[in-house]
Design a protein around this ligand. Structure first.
Ligand code: AMP
Length: 465
């Protein structure tokens, strides 16, 4: 796409929040191409500069279907913008039901795609060092894409491998040798994939960190066949693969080649399969490619604000002056994009091929039948009851709490009045994706009496608040 950026790029919505800033969705009015734009405020995060340069340097050399494509970058004042392939399917952690996981058939598909991405990276001499469901995105066809190269490094140059020293990653996903250092690159990414597989199959993370002072990890090391959760939720075939990956000694850990040939990886699952040989296999919803909760929506504005730009630099110039606007249009160009997400019926005029909309598949949202003020009030009352710290700014409630691992968890609840229909949209800001999802499930249970059930037809609505 690079130089194919033409005119009329506009910011449609916020896709997520990273450590150093927000990620916005940009859509081209003429072509309806969508691009994700990562914004890094170097004034707010002065230490990010070196990291960002490294991230760009590594990401720009990658080109593989299982890696989010890098399109370009631009610096404007103290802001850095990175343009990336847009993953319309959202984040992998959104497909993991807390404490349940997902069907093996789906987990296997994601695991195969993940291993193919990791294999590509390692062939290029790149170690990701922060593989976790939050850094695995899905495209509109439900294909997994690795992203966020902020902690990545080059471990092999002209065939010569170097040991790595920096302790980095996310503790529950990190390999034990990273805490000791130095470590070899490839096995640490493979370990993280093993933890991701546990998360996909059980909806749980097995430990806070892989150190013997962590009781869960200690117990796992001690017992040959752990009979406690999450291990007792995993079928024998998958368990044997996981054991071969979660070997404390990196030299004994399964290699990519061995994983590709593993029995579970090669097994033909069907959508009716229960977990293979698993005694306590929990029943779960069937998540297909079109896995989606009952609603999905978007902030819309009938009059698009167009940005006339002709190349990637112009895209950046134009958007830097409009970053406060969350804009989208009332109708889609590519109807297919929308049908992926949910069944939509338009309340306004029929689909006009010159207008567009790109929905973000996100499960962490619901419509309610209460008015805006009551909804905000009820949410805040609930957060008070839970002893969550919260603050509010124009219908955006920021909630700060601690998760069960005593790690900070920050998420946002945005209450939007969409032409009389109230949408509550939750987004993780900081912390563990699974823990965020757990909180969301509880919130949803609490508000079930006011949640509008079933498909919502009226997504193309104008926000009035
Ligand atoms: P990051 O700054 O890379 O950690 O991204 C923060 C969040 O923004 C992610 O967890 C995603 O929800 C969202 N996001 C990042 N990159 C993309 C992308 N290329 N397409 C869609 N969403 C993205």
């Amino acid at each position: 796409m690079g130089t194919d950026f033409v005119e009329d790029w506009t910011i449609v919505s916020t896709l997520g929040e990273g450590a150093f800033g927000e990620v916005k969705l940009l859509v081209n009015k003429t072509t309806s191409d969508a691009v994700a734009m990562k914004m890094i405020d170097l004034e707010k995060h002065p230490k990010a500069s070196e990291n960002v340069q490294k991230e760009i340097c590594i990401h720009r050399m990658l080109n593989d279907p299982s890696i989010i494509r890098y399109y370009g970058q631009r610096k404007e004042g103290h802001k850095e913008y990175i343009f990336l392939e847009y993953a319309a399917g959202g984040e992998l952690f959104d497909r993991i039901e807390p404490d349940v996981g997902m069907p093996e058939l789906i987990a296997q598909k994601y695991m195969r795609q993940l291993m193919s991405g990791v294999e590509y990276l390692h062939k290029k001499g790149v170690c990701h060092r922060d593989l976790k469901p939050e850094n695995l995105l899905l495209d509109a066809n439900d294909n997994l894409k690795i992203t966020d190269f902020g902690m990545a490094t080059i471990f092999r140059v002209r065939g010569k491998e170097r040991p790595l020293e920096t302790r980095c990653g996310t503790l529950p996903y990190v390999a034990p040798e990273v805490l000791k250092r130095p470590y070899r690159a490839q096995p640490v990414d493979i370990w993280s994939c093993g933890i991701i597989l546990v998360a996909m199959l059980t909806g749980e993370l097995p430990w806070d960190k892989p150190a013997l002072d962590c009781p869960e990890y200690h117990k796992f090391r001690e017992e040959q066949f752990p009979s406690f959760s999450p291990w007792n939720k995993i079928g024998n075939m998958a368990l044997s693969l996981i054991y071969s990956i979660l070997k404390a000694e990196p030299e004994k850990r399964a290699t990519l080649d061995q994983i590709h040939k593993n029995r579970w990886m090669c097994h033909t699952f069907t959508s009716n399969d229960e977990k293979t040989n698993c005694p306590g296999s929990p029943k779960r919803k069937c998540y297909g490619a079109g896995f989606i909760d009952d609603v999905d929506g978007k902030i819309c504005q009938s009059q698009p604000e167009s940005l006339r730009v002709s190349n990637i630099n112009d895209v950046a110039t134009a958007v830097t002056h409009n970053t406060n606007d969350i804009i989208s249009f009332s109708q889609p160009t590519h109807l297919d994009d929308l049908l992926l997400s949910t069944q939509l019926h338009f309340t306004q005029s029929p689909v006009n091929q010159n207008h567009y909309q790109k929905l973000v598949k996100r499960m962490t949202r619901f419509f309610v039948n209460t008015n805006w003020e009551t909804t905000v009030q009820q949410l805040c009352d609930y957060f008070d009851k839970q002893s969550f710290k919260w603050s509010i700014n124009s219908g955006m409630v920021t909630i700060t709490t601690m998760d069960c691992r005593n790690m900070q968890l920050v998420f946002k609840a945005h209450v939007l009045d969409m032409d009389g229909h109230i949408l509550v949209d939750f987004r993780l800001s900081k912390g563990c994706g699974l823990e965020f999802k757990r909180r969301f499930v509880k919130i949803k249970q609490h508000f079930q009496n006011i949640i509008v059930k079933g498909a919502i037809d009226t997504l193309w609505l104008v926000p009035t608040k």
